[in-house]
Design a protein around this ligand. Structure first.
Ligand SMILES: *[C@@H]1O[C@H](CO)[C@@H](O)[C@H](O)[C@H]1NC(C)=O
Ligand SMILES: *[C@@H]1O[C@H](CO)[C@@H](O)[C@H](O)[C@H]1NC(C)=O
Length: 510
């Protein structure tokens, strides 16, 4: 094994490296946006439609829910496995929807708006099926333990497809709340193009929020099989506030805002200062949305509480920008935000999204971010968010794009059952549980199918990355990694195209 150079030797190398990377326009955000939306087609479970563009995939999970007498066909596989996990799936849909709400116009000019809506609807159609009664939500199909024992394509799964639900006696406020947030956010997306569907989503969202609020309980207590995979560390209070805020945005109904204000203290909304935002921990996102409500005249009466939300939002944003007095998010020598070893990229893509949205908010409000007295303008915030995206796309010491399929160099041995195995379309010969490990997982070759648009877990604290199927800490991708990037790619694409159109000389020089 090669000995790692001490940090002081890395430094000059890195500066040379950054000097030769052209600052901007080297990345094709339009391409990245198009790629990212393809990934959601790859992760589809259920009966694939005729317009499915990722053609190496086929129908799968067609009897999901059958044993329990409920139709749970559809939805998304979470990552490199074939389990449908409700909480991260709902968070994925919330973030996709938020991206479309903010940057849908740019997706439209890139010709990707329809694909973005399809990605959301593939999730929300499933949530509608899974929400079978006001106080019953099916929140998982399959289980991590049996699934991880096998390396099988989704098309010939033989693992358990047991389905799990929450109800009044087995509550799960995190997943009820996040699914409510996802459906409320999606109802905003579909309001104009599909008003009936939008109303339906809102109806489910309201019921799910009430269910989650009235029957409070941790979902990983009720659904024990999720506890080694997606246990909620932050509990459900963040999801309840988050759901109420999204319902307020979707309905303008004051009672949801009152919930966010009245529970601000007891649910930690104005006390938790946290420097990560994820499928589990929603505080920073909800604090940012709450603080942006200060801009509206009608909310001036709520100024004292909303300003406390703002101060915690500032903590998150300033931590990402390394402008807090202590408690900042670490960075790798190459400049990547670094939260933790396993799937660090999820924190990066979420931060890039929140920073981008907040930068737009500041520009529109003609304000600046206050980091302990230092004022930070919207351009600086956006440029930092862009630096994270550019790192992802290849401006990094490995010169590797962590968005699979983008650019000349990207991970080729992604930890993903389907893409690492011959396509079911080409070879319908059954591949058994452990046979998949022997015949495909263990192969030294690149995956036969490129998992286009997937954002892998990414490099370590020293910007190093080992492209190895067994190295799932770095090479596994998740739907909630890519989801926030869709909006950011659209914004960066939009920024370039408006710069070009407002400056015709730039266009003619191309
Ligand atoms: C607002 O939401 C609350 C809680 O769901 C509901 O009881 C009330 O009727 C709603 N008000 C309006 C004006 O829709
Ligand atoms: C930063 O924290 C230190 C130690 O708590 C304190 O002495 C100092 O005044 C703080 N600086 C600012 C700008 O808040």
């Amino acid at each position: 094994m090669k000995k790692h150079a001490p940090p002081q030797h890395c430094f000059p190398l890195l500066s040379i490296f950054f000097a030769i990377i052209p600052f901007s326009s080297s990345f094709d955000y339009h391409q990245a946006l198009s790629n990212s939306l393809l990934y959601f087609e790859t992760q589809r479970s259920g009966r694939l439609p005729h317009n499915q563009r990722v053609t190496w995939r086929d129908h799968s999970g067609l009897t999901d829910g059958l044993e329990q007498g409920v139709d749970l066909v559809g939805g998304y596989y979470d990552a490199g496995d074939n389990v449908k996990f409700g909480l991260p799936m709902a968070f994925t849909v919330t973030m996709l929807s938020w991206g479309v709400i903010e940057y849908g116009q740019y997706m439209a000019s890139a010709g990707e708006y329809g694909h973005a809506l399809e990605a959301i609807k593939w999730g929300t159609d499933y949530f509608i099926k899974a929400h079978t009664q006001p106080n019953v939500l099916w929140v998982q199909v399959g289980d991590g333990d049996t699934d991880h024992y096998c390396w099988q394509r989704p098309e010939d799964m033989t693992t358990s497809r047991q389905a799990y639900k929450i109800d009044e006696t087995n509550p799960g406020s995190e997943v009820a709340g996040e699914t409510a947030a996802a459906m409320a956010a999606a109802s905003i997306v579909f309001r104009k193009t599909n008003p009936h569907y939008s109303q339906l989503l809102l109806h489910h969202a309201q019921q799910l929020f009430e269910f989650g609020d009235k029957y409070r309980g941790k979902y990983d207590k009720s659904v024990g099989v999720v506890s080694s995979y997606y246990p909620s560390v932050s509990g459900y209070q963040d999801e309840l506030l988050w759901a109420a805020l999204w319902l307020y945005r979707a309905t303008d109904n004051q009672s949801y805002l009152n919930y966010v204000l009245q529970n601000a203290l007891s649910f930690g909304g104005i006390t938790w200062a946290i420097s990560e935002f994820s499928w589990d921990v929603k505080y920073a996102g909800l604090q940012i949305i709450a603080s942006m409500l200060l801009r509206e005249e009608k909310n001036k009466v709520h100024k004292p509480t909303l300003e406390q939300y703002l101060s915690k939002a500032q903590h998150y944003l300033c931590a990402c920008l390394h402008k807090n007095n202590g408690s900042n998010v670490d960075r790798t020598p190459g400049g990547l935000l670094y939260t933790r070893q396993w799937n660090n990229m999820q924190y990066v893509s979420n931060a890039a999204f929140l920073l981008t949205v907040y930068s737009d908010h500041l520009r529109e409000a003609n304000q600046q971010l206050n980091c302990h007295g230092e004022l930070v303008g919207p351009e600086e915030i956006l440029s930092f968010a862009k630096s994270q995206v550019d790192y992802i796309l290849g401006a990094n010491p490995m010169a590797m794009s962590y968005l699979v399929g983008y650019g000349p160099k990207y991970p080729t041995k992604v930890h993903h059952r389907g893409s690492s195995t011959e396509s079911y379309k080409h070879d319908k010969g059954f591949i058994g549980c452990t046979q998949g490990y022997d015949g495909w997982y263990a192969r030294p070759h690149p995956n036969p199918h490129v998992l286009v648009g997937a954002l892998v877990g990414g490099p370590d604290v020293n910007d190093r990355f080992r492209d190895d199927r067994g190295n799932y800490v770095q090479t596994e991708a998740c739907t909630y990694n890519t989801a926030p990037l869709v909006g950011v790619f659209a914004k960066l694409f939009g920024l370039e195209s408006t710069e070009f159109s407002s400056n015709p000389s730039l266009i003619s020089s191309w």
